[in-house]
Write a protein that binds this ligand. Structure first.
Ligand code: UT7
Length: 331
């Protein structure tokens, strides 16, 4: 039996990165770290850091505008607006409603989705479901993350890894046979929730002077355990999604993995049987922007002509939760 034909496609993409570039050497001025350690352990060289006034909505709306402009659409054409973020500007309402207002997408229904670094892939599947179920013609998926606002700047093992940015995709029903989301695979495992979390600051242990002193409202991570699970889960997801699509590694023109650590990227690509010259890497420039990494990378790859009409792309993500997943897109 042949794999089903795609029903929705990524019609356009956009991205926004803050202007402020921070190097490893800049971090070494205020932390007990070095360019050599960060480069060799992670592959990260620089990251972008948004200023104090800029939050997820401000970055997300710029990425959204770029995607809509490429699609030749107005904000008023958007029916569904999904924002993936682990760093909402405020707890209530959703950052999606703030982006809706900034964008002027007054015909849309808007909400946030929180699946950490896997959020863009989860959100695409959700957009696909809404469009197939008839809830509109145009979905806008935005991933906007100000990770530097939630990391602990006194914890050198985590803060050096992250950066800020946003990516967006316009999703529509496929107008071209064979083009679009070919296959998807998503998983999560809450038994590993404590490996990467912000223990306090929610309703169970609200913000307090004590929480601020203990710094438990900030990201805490068991790096080595997350690393092992990242390789295992992204490799599993890449293999499963290839099976679902009835494809092999040779059918993939470009792999766009979540950009957390180049060693994780290399190990996942090796398991998937894809040479590194077919893997898009930009974590050296941006670090880990959580769910924004994949749409930013896709937008850059399209701009550079690495992805164009006829290209088949494999993407895979993992993150806090733990969550993970993979997709195959044909353009
Ligand atoms: O989207 C998901 C987000 N999370 C991730 O992707 C993280 C996955 N994990 C990783 O990428 C890696 O585990 C890290 C990059 C976080 C750490 O690399 P590692 O090779 O697993 O190092 P380690 O945690 O085993 O630490 C090795 C040493 C330790 O020193 P000792 O105990 O051997 O003396 C750390 O204290 O490196 C030290 N260290 C640092 N040294 C300089 C940890 N962070 C730093 C630092 N600069 N920034």
């Amino acid at each position: 039996m042949a794999a089903p034909l795609p029903r929705v496609e990524i019609a356009a993409t956009g991205r926004h990165l803050p202007d402020n570039i921070v190097t490893n050497d800049d971090l070494a001025l205020r932390l007990d770290t070095s360019d050599e350690w960060i480069r060799t352990r992670t592959g990260i060289v620089t990251r972008r850091i948004a200023d104090d006034e800029t939050g997820a909505a401000a970055m997300g709306v710029e990425a959204a505008r770029a995607a809509l402009a490429e699609a030749g659409l107005d904000a008023s054409d958007v029916d569904v607006l999904i924002v993936s973020t682990a760093t909402p500007d405020r707890w209530l309402p959703s950052t999606a409603c703030d982006i809706q207002e900034l964008l002027g997408a007054d015909g849309a229904f808007a909400f946030d989705l929180h699946a950490a670094c896997s959020g863009f892939l989860y959100a695409l599947t959700m957009a696909e479901g809404f469009l197939v179920a008839g809830h509109g013609d145009v979905a806008l998926v935005v991933a906007a993350e100000k990770m530097t606002g939630i990391v602990d700047w006194e914890d050198r093992a985590t803060c050096v890894l992250f950066g800020d940015g946003a990516g967006a995709a316009v999703v529509r029903r496929s107008e071209h046979p064979g083009r679009g989301i070919v296959a998807s695979y998503h998983r999560s495992d809450g038994s590993m929730a404590d490996l990467l979390c912000r223990p306090s600051g929610g309703v169970r242990e609200p913000m307090s002077a004590d929480v601020l002193v203990r710094r438990t409202h900030l990201v805490q991570m068991e790096g080595r355990e997350v690393f092992k699970n990242a390789v295992r889960s992204m490799s599993e997801a890449a293999g499963r999604v290839l099976e679902i699509a009835e494809m092999g590694a040779d059918d993939i023109d470009l792999m766009i993995p979540h950009q957390a650590n180049v060693r994780i990227v290399e190990a996942t690509a090796r398991y998937a049987g894809i040479d590194m010259d077919r893997v898009y890497v930009n974590l050296d420039r941006y670090g880990n922007m959580s769910s924004a990494t994949i749409p930013v990378a896709l937008d850059e790859a399209r701009e550079q002509g690495l992805v164009g009409p006829g290209s088949t792309v494999l993407t895979a993500a993992f993150g806090a939760g733990l969550t993970w997943g993979a997709m195959i897109w044909r353009f």
